[in-house]
Design a binder for this molecule. Structure first.
Ligand SMILES: NC(=O)c1ccc[n+]([C@@H]2O[C@H](COP(=O)([O-])OP(=O)(O)OC[C@H]3O[C@@H](n4cnc5c(N)ncnc54)[C@H](OP(=O)(O)O)[C@@H]3O)[C@@H](O)[C@H]2O)c1
Length: 345
């Protein structure tokens, strides 16, 4: 298959290139750049050199939609809104890593992203690409809205308990932490090394654009779900997300029962690993991989559940999840190209 990556020089784009380079179904990769067309990707990132070099091409949707089988859009918010409709109607399937196509309600996009939303037609075509919860729809899609990094960790963590309506939705608190690569390759005052190192900072309090995305999926699982409290913190590490999730149970339950609920929900999912009782994952447990690791416990004194969900923000939170979606779109083995274990230490 022929794949194209728009935004290849960004953090998500580089990860996509790294994965697709060794993917058994991909035999040709074209890289696109809006600012560095004509340059060689491997001159910019010499660590990506392996045989043939890749010249960065101009983004030409009319050509791309006929030449390519799949196009990944690893671009900032706002780009896919115009680009996706131009890529539709040809041979290529589109997988968008930005938040442009995730929210079905246009007014929510406007409110949280402070931009004009995508049109109804493209939003209608876009399928939310959280494979563990939406596999059949993904397999039939032409356009995928790849989930955000925080929503991936949070939703995989709360899914079983919300779906089973075991907890009070209003009690849900998601306390999330991310490494600095979550903000992309361009540094700013907050992600600057001198500020971020040996620092721990909360940001976008009650204003993070991933809040409506999480709430949209919670609504699908339980129409009684409520607005969530979701906090994001910047941690002085390069990659990784940990979402610590708190929920009040509706009725008394044993931790063993909760544990087996999670095990049974995810037993057929190759990329979600539920820990044994008493064991909790850390971000290095999934570094460089497509895994989401989940630990769960219950405090019998408060009847409150604590769930810990970790992912690599650029992998299961972005690029490798996008490739998992590609595998499903093309009826391939869902695990193709994604079998690598985490990098440790
Ligand atoms: N970083 C994460 O952990 C993460 C996780 C999940 C989702 N995402 C989402 O994935 C997308 C990419 O994130 P990132 O972290 O890779 O960002 P990034 O490092 O800033 O890279 C974005 C790339 O987009 C390209 N670009 C910028 N403006 C463009 C335009 N007008 N048209 C076409 N391309 C343009 C740039 O490459 P050229 O200048 O070469 O075109 C840039 O390298 C974002 O929407 C982000 O929200 C990121």
């Amino acid at each position: 298959m022929k794949a194209g990556i728009v935004g290849a020089t960004g953090y998500g784009g580089i990860e996509l290139f790294r994965i697709l380079n060794v993917h058994p179904q991909i035999d040709d990769i074209t890289l696109y750049s809006s600012s560095q067309a004509g340059e060689y990707f491997e001159d910019i990132y010499p660590q990506m050199q392996r045989g043939q070099s890749h010249i960065l091409a101009d983004v030409e949707p009319d050509k791309m939609k006929e030449d390519l089988d799949v196009v990944f859009l690893a671009t900032p918010a706002g780009v896919s809104i115009d680009l996706t409709p131009q890529l539709q109607g040809g041979k290529a399937k589109v997988i968008d890593l930005s938040g442009d196509l995730r929210l079905k309600d246009q007014s929510l996009y406007k409110q949280w992203y402070k931009k004009e939303p995508a049109g109804e037609a493209v939003l209608g075509a876009a399928v939310y690409g959280l494979p563990e919860w939406n596999k059949e729809n993904i397999q039939q899609a032409d356009v995928i809205a790849n989930p955000g990094c925080f929503p991936t960790a949070a939703l995989l963590g709360v899914g079983p308990i919300i779906k089973e309506r075991l907890a009070s939705p209003s009690s849900l608190i998601i306390d999330a932490k991310s490494g600095v690569s979550g903000a992309g390759k361009n540094p700013n005052l907050i992600t600057h090394f001198a500020h971020a190192q040996e620092n721990f900072q909360i940001y976008k309090v009650n204003q993070h654009q991933h809040i409506p995305e999480i709430e949209q999926q919670l609504q699908q699982w339980d129409e009684d779900s409520q607005p969530v409290t979701f906090s994001t913190h910047l941690v002085p590490m390069t990659k990784g997300i940990m979402a610590t999730i708190y929920l009040q149970l509706n009725e008394e339950m044993t931790v063993e029962k909760l544990q087996s609920l999670y095990k049974s929900y995810y037993e057929k999912e190759p990329f979600v690993r539920v820990r044994e009782m008493g064991s909790f994952p850390c971000t290095k447990d999934v570094y460089g991989s497509n895994f989401c690791d989940i630990g769960i416990t219950l405090d019998p004194r408060t009847n409150r559940v604590t769930i810990v969900s970790v992912i690599d923000n650029l992998m299961k939170g972005a690029a490798s999840q996008a490739v998992q979606n590609m595998n499903l779109l093309f009826q391939a083995d869902e695990r193709a190209g994604l079998l690598t274990l985490p990098v440790y230490p």
